[in-house]
Design a protein around this ligand. Sequence first.
Ligand code: SF4
Length: 380
Amino acid sequence: MELWQEMVRDSVHTVDHVVEKFGIDRKVAEDLDEFFQARINPYYLSLIRYPGDPIWRQCVPSKVELDDFDAEEDPLHEDEMSPVPNITHRYPDRALFLVTSQCGIYCRFCTRKRKVGDYEKISMKGLESAFKYLEEHTEIRDVILSGGDPLMLTDTMLEKILQRLRQIKHIEIIRLGTRMPVVLPQRITTKLCNMLKKYHPIYCNTHFNHPWEITPESSKACEMLADAGVPVGNQMVIMKGVNDDPAVVKELVQKLLRIRVRPYYMYMADETKGANHFRASVETGLKIVEALRGHTSGLAIPHFVIDAPGGGGKIPLLPNYVLHMDEEEIILRNFQNKVYRYKNYADKNNPDGFGSKKKKTNGKKKVEKKKVEVPVLEDA
Ligand code: SF4
């Protein structure tokens, strides 16, 4: 057994463990276990500094999860977009390939609770029909291995999947959606990195939510992946009591760049059963973006998105920097609330397009445009 496997084995996961370790009432612990079992490995457990801190909230079962049984189990309607077991095909050229139900910890906010935990939640018997689907759908050029966490597979099993995917000519890139560099960085071994190198281009999307998750161990794991030629991006979720604070997110994204991880997405939390106590307001998310844009490197700023309920996909959100726009000009504010005018461009190749000087008047007399006043804003 490798060290990371021993750490999974030694996780807090039974009702007895949860009662003993966190002082949760036994009946509540039993109900929570039935809803979504606990798994907290010794490494992630060691990051907790005090009860209720941002690490604790992400992994320790809480009574409030049981107040939330009306919310949806599959808010993103992934199962409706699953043409064969283990595949979700929502976007034209990408597909999600679920390869295991297991994870290094079970995050209390998880959107895919219905698929995570028990081994039978994602069947390994579905892999063959999934490969066949990927072979037949030549429009798919990007496959994201997910689950659960694909790095819970042994190197041998993962390599078999990668080998098979690499035999499919139209698949250009493979992505690993994994929280292991954050929650069990011991999983990123030299052996794993040497194996991954054989199947490039491979990208990794990981999931840091708080600066305390950036430790010497997780930094080393991310650097090993980067050294193996695997670019690492981060997808975080804004969560109440975890990171719903511009200063916390700023510290996180700056530290991520130092360990060669590119902040990629910042999500609003999904409307998931048992996890609505984590949801912060959209205004909070916009304030976080305002606090980043212009105030730190553009490279550190993730796309702020809502994954639309019902399977609408990721929709980007931005604070309102456009104060006015017409065919003549656009009036903008910058990160300091200073206002700027920018002349619009008449596109000669698109005479009917917005910004064209040759706009059709439909026989009506052209109305003389009134000059738009530049608004005065408070300094940011
Ligand atoms: S690692 Fe990902 S899939 Fe697994 S429990 Fe956490 S959020 Fe869910």
